[in-house]
Design a binder for this molecule. Structure first.
Ligand code: GTR
Length: 434
């Protein structure tokens, strides 16, 4: 049987299919010498080439123009926020020796034609004041974030790759398997809450033509799948994160003005997109987000636009496939995705061995967003004009409104990353009044 992902890639590339198609994946490289010459679009120029010369120009005209382009050509347009979101507390108890509260909250994402719900696992330190909260989706279910035996086992579809997942369903064996990525007690001790939910609750991560998850509920009559400029899975996950924030707004012990969007890898791409589309998020953190996240597409280094659309044809909207091996035609690049978050603090992180995600491209995006941050009255990445040289490994640059580090090691999120995010959040949230 032909591989459906490959067929989707070939069709997007305009190929005529024959019976025995077996195309190779688009080539990639991790050799700096093979990075092509490229010119990045200037975020401070309108589409007609005229200058964006004031904060007002940016906020009222340039930002909306760019946001629309990213939605239309890359992530796809998501439906508007619902008027309200229905939540139900499934459990609530004291944990960690009575120092914290743990809740499981069911959030109804859509009711018709088939209800789709997402379960938030929420930890809050016990204090007398509402606390800031990190909100991030997880890859394998809430029960993998913690070894606690009584967090509900996720029953939705998930990838078989992980130990403890059998026939696309989680088993008890997977409990706690992602705990190293979620240092819950470290966050609580620092005065932060954590809210997380399984991304597959919102939209299962395989290409089924958008028949499951939240997509079908928003299809227009007669429409079997999203139009070329309508949402793919990343936009759906981001939309789900916004509904998570809606739910947190109903929690009196959460400071909903201090919710930090965080995500690793494909969920780092998601965190950046929700940061761009939902200005309620106070801070945005992209951990090893790579292609389609923080990494510049035009560098064509590591995973490329063609490769990501080949491997994951459902992540972005159909229109994005026009840019396969054609990055120069993109009306934006990823530094402008970061700029869409300005003036709110943003932190981009890379890992030294994660060449697939192009650490240098992630860093350059962060610094090329700097002029927008400065135009809006912040210090951008801090200091004078930033260097285009990748900073040394394990030396975070985090004094400005844009933070960045590249740490030793692999594609992952670990305690070192979280410590930097906590320090960054401390500094920015302490400076605020609410
Ligand atoms: C890879 C993909 C990356 C990244 C990663 C992940 O297979 O090529 O873009 O998203 O998965 O999410 O772990």
């Amino acid at each position: 049987m032909p591989d459906l992902n490959r067929i989707a890639y070939l069709m997007a590339a305009g190929c005529v299919l024959t019976a025995a198609v077996d195309a190779a994946p688009p080539p990639t490289h991790t050799d700096e010498a093979q990075v092509p010459a490229y010119t990045l679009p200037d975020p401070l120029k309108f589409a007609d080439g005229s200058a964006v010369s004031s904060a007002k120009d940016w906020t009222e005209r340039r930002r909306p123009q760019l946001l629309e382009l990213f939605a239309e050509q890359m992530f796809g347009k998501a439906p508007p926020a619902p008027k309200s979101v229905k939540t139900r507390t499934l459990s609530e108890k004291d944990v960690f020796g009575g120092t914290a509260i743990r809740k499981e909250i069911e959030v109804t994402l859509v009711e018709q034609p088939t209800p789709v719900t997402m379960t938030i696992l929420l930890y809050l330190p016990k204090t007398d004041k509402p606390v800031p909260v990190f909100l991030g989706l997880n890859f394998r279910g809430n029960h993998t974030v913690t070894t606690e035996p009584d967090v509900a086992l996720n029953t939705n579809w998930m990838e078989n790759k992980t130990p403890g997942v059998v026939d696309h369903r989680a088993t008890e064996e997977s409990r706690g398997s992602q705990a190293s990525r979620w240092p819950v007690e470290m966050l609580l001790k620092r005065g932060y809450g954590l809210a997380t939910a399984y991304y597959g609750d919102i939209d299962p991560d395989f290409h089924d033509g958008f028949q499951n998850g939240v997509h079908p509920a928003f299809a227009k009559s007669g429409q079997s799948q999203p139009a070329p400029d309508e949402w793919g899975s990343i936009a759906a996950w981001a939309w789900g994160m916004s509904r998570g924030l809606d739910a947190l707004e109903q929690e009196s012990r959460v400071n909903a003005k201090q919710v930090i969007a965080i995500g690793h890898s494909r969920l780092g791409k998601t965190a950046l997109w929700v940061g761009a589309t939902d200005p309620r998020f106070a801070i945005v953190i992209s951990n090893d987000s790579g292609c389609g996240g923080a990494a510049l597409s035009r560098r064509h280094f590591g995973e490329t636009v063609a490769r990501i659309n080949y491997s994951f044809p459902h992540w972005f909207c159909e229109n994005f496939k026009q840019f396969n091996e054609n990055e120069a035609a993109l009306p934006f690049d990823q530094h402008e995705l970061i700029a869409l978050i300005a003036p709110r603090p943003v932190y981009v992180a890379s890992a030294a061995e994660d060449l697939w995600a192009d650490p240098k491209g992630e860093y350059l995006s962060a610094i090329y967003a700097d002029p927008v941050y400065r135009l809006l009255g912040t210090d951008g990445i801090g200091g004078a004009a930033p260097s285009t040289e990748l900073p040394p490994v394990d030396h975070p640059i985090s004094n400005g409104t844009i933070g960045y580090h590249i740490r030793t090691g692999k594609h992952d999120i670990n305690d070192f990353d979280w410590e930097q995010y906590l320090n960054f959040a401390d500094r920015h949230l302490r400076a605020r009044k609410n």
